[in-house]
Structure formats: C-alpha cells, structure tokens
Design a protein around this ligand. Structure first.
Ligand code: ARG
Length: 640
C-alpha cells in the first residue's frame, strides 16, 4: 500500500503545479504542532524565494486549489464545464481532480494557510478510516515489499566455539535477528550467518589441556594409525571447564602457551589428529550454541565460521601478491588501504604475519570470496562490537580494491555500543566476572516472575512460562530501543517494568487488547455470531464484519493516525538500520491506545455498530503491534 504521507504529498504536488509552481514544493511532513494540524507543508516558504512572491499568497493559492477552487474562486465543477478538461476557463489554472479518480473519500477535513505561509492539513475521518480498512485487508498490513528479492548477507552472532556465550555477544545476536526479520518482511532475501569464531587459539588451548588431562587418548599417540573414535572425549560440561582452565593457565605458563600456539598452527595446517579433536569440539559446542541461540529466539540460515574460509586463503594470498596489491613489510604481508581523504592515517591490512599465520582479516576476506561465489549478495551487513571498526574498514577496502566485490555492492558495519552496568562500565556479574548469557536470561526471567507474583493473578506454572516470554521481551526491547551505536545501561528494574518505554509495557498493551476481544466474543456468543475473517495475514485476527468508522474523538483519531504510519516506519527502520525507530513507534502506538482506552467505553458502548467499529480498530492495533514485536524478535504471552 502506498504510504499515507506520499498520498498526501501527491495531492500537494498537484496543487502546487496547478498553481504554476514546481511540484517539488509539495513536500509534506508530520506536523510538529499536533495541536494545530496533523500534517504540514512548508513549500510555500521556499517557493516564495524562487517566485518572488509572499509565502502566504502562494499558500493561499495552493489551499484554494486543494479545495477544488481555481485562484479566481471558480469551483472545479463549474470550471470543468466551461473550458478544456482540467483547466479553468477564466484564469487558465489547472484543477486537480484526483479525488474523483480513486474510490477513496476526499482526503482532507481541513486545509489552511497560516502566516507566514505554512499549509496546515487535517485528514478527513472517512479517508483515514478507509486507509485503515485497506491496511487490514493486506497481508503485511500495508507494508510494501520493496526489497524485490535482493540478497543481503547479515553476519551476526559471531560466537566463539568452546567459549561460553557471554553478554558481549548479546547485542549482535539481538540486533542482527531484528535486521534479518525486517529485511525479509520487506521482501529482501536475507541470509543470516552466525560466522563462528572456530579457528583460533582457543582450539590449541583445549587440545593441549586435553593432552595433559588424558594423555592416553589416541590423538596424542604419534604412532597411532587406526580410526579415531566417533565419540567425543569430553562432554559439554567438561569442555566448558577445560577452556577456562586452559586459558587461565596460558596466562601464567609460557611453555603451555607456546604449546597451544603450536597446536593451533598444526590444526590450521591440517594435522589429522588435531582435526579429529577439532571436529569433536565443534559437534559438542554447536549443539549447545544452538540451544542458547534458540532460547534467545535467534536463528541462522548458515552456521558457517572462520574455518570455512581456510580453503580460500592460499589462493587469496597468491592473488594479492601476484597483482602487486600485497607486499612484504617487516616480514609480514600487507595491503595498503589508506585513502587521501581519511581524517587520520589508517594502517595497512595485515594478510599474513611474519610467522606465516593468517589473521582475522584474512579469514574475513576468504569468507567474502566464498559468499560471492555462493550468493553474490547485493549488500553485506556485519554486526559486531564497535571495537572492530578498523578491522572492517580494512577488510571492506581490501575487498573492493582487489575487486572481490563489485564497486556498487554495499558493505556496512553496524557497530554496537556496549551494554554497561549501572556503574557505567561494561556489564559484569555481581562477582565481577563475565556474565554468561544463560544466567542473564535467567535473572531477568526471575525479576519478571516476582513482578507477576506480586499481583498473584496466575498459578505458578503459567507465571513461570509467561515470565520467560516477558523476560526475553524485556531484554530485547531494552536493547533494541536504544540506538545501535550508543552504549546503554542494563537496568533490570527498568527493563522489566510494566510501565514506560519497556518491552513488558508493549506486551501489556497487546494482552489488554486480547482480553477486550475475548470479552467481546463472549458477549457475542450469547447472541448470534457476527465475526467474519477479514484476516490480516499471519496474525489472522477475526475482525467484526463492516468497515472502520471515522474517528469520534481526538484520542481515536490520534490512534488511527499512528496506525496509518506503520508502513512508513517499517520501511524507514530498515533503510536506516534503526530498530529503535520501530520500538519508538510501538511505544507511541501503545500510548495512543492507552489514551483511547481511557477515554472510550468500548465494551459498554450501546450502539452495536459503533462498538463493532471500536473492536475493528483495536484488532488492527493488536495486529500491528504483534507484527512489530515479531520483527523485533519476541512474542506476547496470553496473559500477564
Ligand atoms: N567471533 C568474532 C568475535 O567474537 C565476531 C565475528 C564477526 N564476524 C565476522 N565476519 N568477522 O569478536
């Protein structure tokens, strides 16, 4: 469906043009004075300069044209009869008659020119109601699939295998999942890749620690020639214990660290016994990682990792060298990436260290070569902590310089700010350690549980289930409602509050609407059923038959205007990669619903027609809210 603001602008453009001004002056924005009008056009001020007239004169002319009058005061009907079609016989001005071309009711309730030359607009209640009817008749509630099936790779999550998933990986998972969902909704072909860190020193550390703990294993017997066991030589809980132990040890024990580095090198060069251990590590930890991501409601299309890039690296290095892009510098192989306009000089990208080891950047370049071969995406989106800024500048520049990606391919690094504790420092456990994700999710679930139990409206089991769903919403909304690049404070009390700009508040709005709808249906069941299924796509909601009614109060109108902005917001939030705009929208929509609810007797309304219209309206509010939280990556419980 076309955006309502574009439909309004179209009328304004036609009106400017019909008065002899360039159509571009007909730009429309949401009003910044909602007390005066709903939308506004400031084009007359700009046009005044170009046409050497007073802004208010131009505004008056345009307003007259919008009202279907010619500047000479002739009305559309009279003028149409007297001259050439669409042109006034008296003053030769064009007359916009686009209202008649569509089945939509006339657009404006009022159009007003005010000093010094603003044009204030209010939509007609009929027009707005018809627009909302159009929305609920559409699969995606009026959101257009502008993506046209374009492929976009989203690289997010980025967990490191065999290391516990900690809060440092939380933002990229939550934001990436939302970006992927928004893109798919808009008709892009989003491919989410977790891009695991599965090829680093942690592997060598585990191998050497394992050697010391279980030297009898065949992987450490150099004379062994048989088949290696299918069964992993450790469980996930052992593995979770082995890595931190090995990591701590490597900080004190130089010899151990050297052994781990050597083991890593051997693994990376295909040493069979270590490859076998690596497979075990992968299998055991992947199962665990998948479970953890599933708990976060985060899923990936691809479970690739740094190890998958390895086959491309020798060819990549050779190519860069042969073409003179890479050169030796202090024993390392580097590619220059600095550009004359850089505000500060950027160091070259190291492709290979002096000891022959490939690096993080090399692996990302290898991955790009594979992705180009397999998907040839039109855009790449990487989501990580902002500390990786330089890394991605280097990788993107080398990829473009070497022509591994087309010049027009968009490469974006979404840099996440840090999740801080109340002390303003990166979030830690109470004991000061790194917080594991599972524990964080548990803590927030418990906080919600306590809140639910304060009111004691649910039994224990339902409260447990609901608090998991609400807890996840609290966590995700708390994150997504902030600008991606900004740091924010993780405040469990605020995030789990049922009031204010929080996930639970949004869910509470949905739950409240559900409960009104249930009561309405009950009341109908007593009489004859009147529901039809003008369903709204996935979240098929039964709307009472009939159409929306023009708003009967200011609160109802505000609510309807908010709803009508949905397609615009969904498109903008994705285009700007700004999930917080979607959060802001549902917060405002929930507030608008709250005001409507507080000022309207919905179920007690005696006029059945009117009551049904209220129900249709709040059904749409619920559908839009549910569609949005689905994009954000969480769901609503039945009750709370
Ligand atoms: N594993 C990395 C980390 O923990 C993040 C990976 C991000 N993706 C990428 N293609 N480099 O920091």
């Amino acid at each position: 469906m076309r955006k309502i603001i574009d439909l309004i602008a179209e009328q304004m453009r036609a009106a400017f043009e019909s008065c002899g001004y360039a159509a571009d002056y007909g730009r429309v924005t949401l009003s910044n004075r909602p007390d005066l009008c709903e939308y506004q056009c400031n084009g007359a001020m700009a046009a005044a300069k170009a046409y050497h007239k007073k802004p208010i004169e131009i505004a008056n002319e345009v307003v007259a044209a919008l009202k279907g009058q010619t500047p000479c005061g002739e009305t559309a009907e009279n003028a149409a009869g007297s001259g050439a079609a669409g042109v006034c016989a008296n003053c030769a001005a064009g007359i916009s008659s686009s209202d008649a071309e569509t089945a939509m009711p006339a657009m404006f309730e009022s159009v007003e020119a005010v000093m010094p030359g603003f044009i204030n607009l209010k939509l007609s209640g009929e027009y707005l109601a018809a627009y909302l009817d159009g929305m609920r008749g559409e699969d995606k509630l009026g959101v257009e699939e502008t993506g046209g099936g374009k492929t976009i790779i989203v690289d997010y999550g980025g967990a490191n295998v065999a290391k516990p998933l900690h809060v440092g990986h939380l933002r990229t998972a939550i934001i990436g999942e939302c970006i992927k969902r928004m893109g798919n909704y808009l008709g892009y072909h989003m491919i989410g890749d977790v891009h695991l860190g599965d090829w680093g020193l942690q592997m060598g550390l585990i191998i050497e620690e394992l050697r010391d703990r279980k030297p009898e294993l065949p992987y450490f017997d150099e004379t062994f020639t048989g088949e290696y066991p299918q069964e992993a030589p450790f469980t996930i809980s052992e593995l979770e214990q082995i890595y931190p132990a090995a990591s701590a040890r490597s900080k004190e024990d130089e010899a151990f660290k050297t052994r781990a580095q050597e083991a890593t090198f051997k693994l990376q060069n295909g040493y069979a016994p270590f490859t076998a251990i690596w497979r075990h590590i992968m299998n055991v930890s992947l199962a665990d990682l998948k479970k953890n991501y599933a708990n976060l409601n985060v899923t990936f299309d691809l479970w690739k990792g740094e190890s998958d890039a390895q086959p491309y690296i020798p060819g990549l290095i050779e190519d860069l060298q042969k073409r003179g892009l890479a050169y030796e510098s202090e024993g390392a192989l580097v590619v220059d990436i600095a550009l004359p306009d850089d505000p500060k000089e950027l160091p070259p990208c190291i492709i290979r260290k002096s000891d022959g080891a490939a690096l993080y950047a090399t692996s990302d370049l290898g991955t790009i070569i594979e992705r180009e071969r397999d998907y040839a995406p039109e855009e790449y989106i990487y989501i990580t902590d902002k500390r990786q800024e330089l890394h991605f500048i280097q990788v993107f520049r080398v990829a473009k310089k070497a022509g591994y990606v087309k010049p027009e391919t968009k490469m974006t690094h979404m840099m996440c700010g840090t999740m801080n504790g109340k002390d303003g420092k990166p979030f830690k456990t109470r004991a000061g350690g790194v917080m594991r994700l599972e524990n964080l999710i548990r803590e927030i679930g418990e906080a919600v549980y306590d809140r639910i139990m304060e009111n004691r409206t649910m039994d224990e089991e339902e409260a447990r289930k609901a608090s998991q769903i609400i807890g996840l919403a609290a966590l995700k909304y708390g994150d997504l409602s902030n600008q991606v690049s900004k740091d924010y404070v993780f405040d469990i009390d605020r995030f789990t509050s049922f009031e204010g700009n929080t996930g639970p508040y949004i869910l509470y709005t949905i739950v409240r609407i559900k409960s009104i709808l249930a009561k309405y249906e009950e009341s109908l069941a007593a009489g004859q059923p009147q529901m039809d299924t003008a369903s709204a796509g996935k979240a098929a909601q039964t709307y009472p038959s009939g159409n929306m009614r023009p708003a009967g109060s200011a609160e109802e109108k505000s609510l309807m205007l908010k709803l009508a902005a949905y397609n615009d917001v969904a498109e903008t939030a994705f285009a700007e990669k700004a999930p917080h705009k979607l959060c802001q929208f549902i917060y405002e929509l929930s507030d608008a619903f709250g005001s409507f609810y507080n000022t309207t007797m919905i179920l007690k309304e005696e006029d059945e027609e009117k009551k049904a219209a209220y129900i249709r309206l709040i059904c749409l509010v619920k559908d839009v809210l549910e569609s949005c939280i689905h994009l954000l990556g969480f769901e609503a419980p039945e009750r709370m």
